[in-house]
Write a protein that binds this ligand. Structure first.
Ligand SMILES: Nc1ncnc2c1ncn2[C@@H]1O[C@H](COP(=O)(O)OP(=O)(O)OP(=O)(O)O)[C@@H](O)[C@H]1O
Ligand SMILES: [Mg+2]
Length: 442
């Protein structure tokens, strides 16, 4: 019972020393681990600035949470430090995250204001897009020397800014239509959309991709070092069980090799420990954290990424997999799909459509299929499985707006499935009515 006369907030935190480093990218690490090669490429590409040649354009790409932004900031700081020591004129703007801008106008406006004094800032509207671009070129020319513009998440660049930024700006010095004659402009673009470069026109590709630096996922050992560094800062001394960081690292390495996910696990594990009033973070807290994070990510799929028909197909595939009596064939998935769609009052599409939905799910990496030869009978069929833990998928579905499509006895069947996974599969006794029902979704 909450004592109404007492304030329920607790003024002390036995677990966390500083939580901020675990949270979203608001913290700058003073060391960068395991990116020596990438840093070397980067330094190499920007070395020209220091020795007086024009800056190269650089394109940095790789999956999410693998240090692209962090390394870029680190290299930027070192470059500025060196330029200052050597008296080399250099102005760096960014990283500016393109995702925050809806139009070329908004993005250019921000850039112009980066160059301007606080009392001379451009208003949010009132000019044409062409004029703000003109202002930008004027600012660049006025500051002179080397000007590096860093655009983060450049795959999200507003469509009407694409050509100007990706093609015109990096060549501004050679372009007669801009007032730039002396300043040397370099563009650094960062993207986690690996297809982004593929869709660029060749002229843009060759300009932006002058130097490309690829960041790959981290492995478990690397993640251990990185997460260990953050854990040292974030947690109070001695509260972290010795398995916590290795577990978080192993889990993230298996998933995507993404630091951010590892940090989220550490934060969640710490929160579970704190909620329990425990005096330390244990392996159990960490396992619970990884489960929650999996479920949260899957919940995101159900709520945001999947259409309702894809979501039902995904759920039906999971049900087909855990159901002991049948194989998760397309036919069986379709039967389950129609039954859950119908019972939850949703539209039932044709069987042909299921192939399409399964293909889409497979493209998102949520399901996987294997071809099965039908032997002498001839022909082939596809057997499906889900790539995530069925327990997590069911949990996510239950928390989602599709909870009404989940059969009520799913947990019982799931339990049998998990037991069977652990032991030898035992076929249900199909002559026994009671058992029969036990194996059927209701
Ligand atoms: N090698 C590393 N050493 C120290 N910290 C790192 C390292 N790599 C990543 N981090 C930290 O991990 C978090 C995610 O890294 P970062 O933001 O650089 O990822 P990103 O590759 O830019 O991802 P996204 O594509 O999603 O923007 C940040 O807090 C960052 O400081
Ligand atoms: Mg980033």
């Amino acid at each position: 019972m909450v004592d109404v006369n007492e304030n329920p907030f607790d003024g002390t935190d036995a677990i966390f020393e500083r939580k901020q480093p675990l949270k979203k990218d608001t913290f700058t690490p003073d060391t960068i681990f395991h990116r020596d090669e990438e840093i070397e490429f980067y330094i190499n590409a920007l070395q020209d600035v220091i020795v007086g040649h024009d800056p190269n354009n650089v394109f940095v790409y790789g999956p999410t949470g693998v240090g692209k932004t962090a390394v870029t900031k680190w290299v930027r700081d070192k470059l500025e430090e060196k330029a200052e020591a050597e008296d080399i004129p250099l102005t760096v703007v960014g990283p500016i995250n393109c995702r925050n801008y809806r139009s070329a106008y908004a993005l250019v406006n921000t850039l112009v204001n980066e160059f301007r004094d606080p009392e001379n800032q451009l208003p949010e509207s009132g000019y044409s897009t062409d004029s703000v671009f003109e202002f930008l070129y004027e600012e660049i020319e006025a500051v002179g020397g080397n000007v590096l513009i860093i655009l983060d998440e450049i795959d999200n660049i507003p469509a009407d800014a694409r050509n100007d930024f990706l093609y015109e700006l990096p060549r501004a010095e050679a372009n007669e239509n801009t007032p730039i004659t002396d300043a040397k402009v370099g563009l650094i673009g960062i993207s986690n959309d690996l297809k982004f470069v593929d869709v660029l026109e060749p002229k843009v590709k060759s300009t932006l991709g002058e130097r490309e630096i690829k960041f790959g996922p981290y492995d478990a050992t690397e993640l251990r070092d990185i997460l260990g560094y953050y854990a040292d800062i974030a947690f109070r001394e001695g509260v972290l069980g010795e398995d916590v960081v290795p577990l978080a690292a192993a889990f993230s390495a298996q998933e995507r090799g993404d630091v951010r996910q590892g940090l989220r696990i550490l934060e969640k594990a710490g929160e579970y420990a704190r909620m329990e009033g425990a005096d330390g973070v244990t392996e159990a807290h960490t396992r619970r954290a990884t489960d929650t994070i999996e479920t949260d990510e899957l919940l995101d799929y159900f709520e945001h990424d999947l259409s309702s028909q894809q979501a039902l197909t995904y759920l039906a595939t999971t049900l087909a997999l855990i159901e002991p009596k049948h194989e998760a064939s397309t036919k069986r998935i379709y039967n389950l799909y129609s039954s859950i769609a119908e019972s939850s009052g949703r539209r039932v599409k044709s069987e042909r459509k299921i192939y399409e939905f399964l293909d889409q799910l497979s493209m998102q990496g949520l399901v996987r299929s294997a071809e099965r030869n039908l032997g002498r009978k001839g022909g082939r069929k596809y057997i499906y499985e889900v790539t995530d833990d069925p327990t997590d998928i069911i949990n996510a579905a239950l928390q989602s707006s599709y909870s009404d499509a989940v059969p009520s006895n799913v947990n019982g069947i799931l339990e049998h499935y998990l037991e069977d996974e652990a032991t030898e599969f035992e076929a249900p006794d199909t002559t026994d009515d009671e058992q029969q029902n036990l194996w059927q979704f209701t």
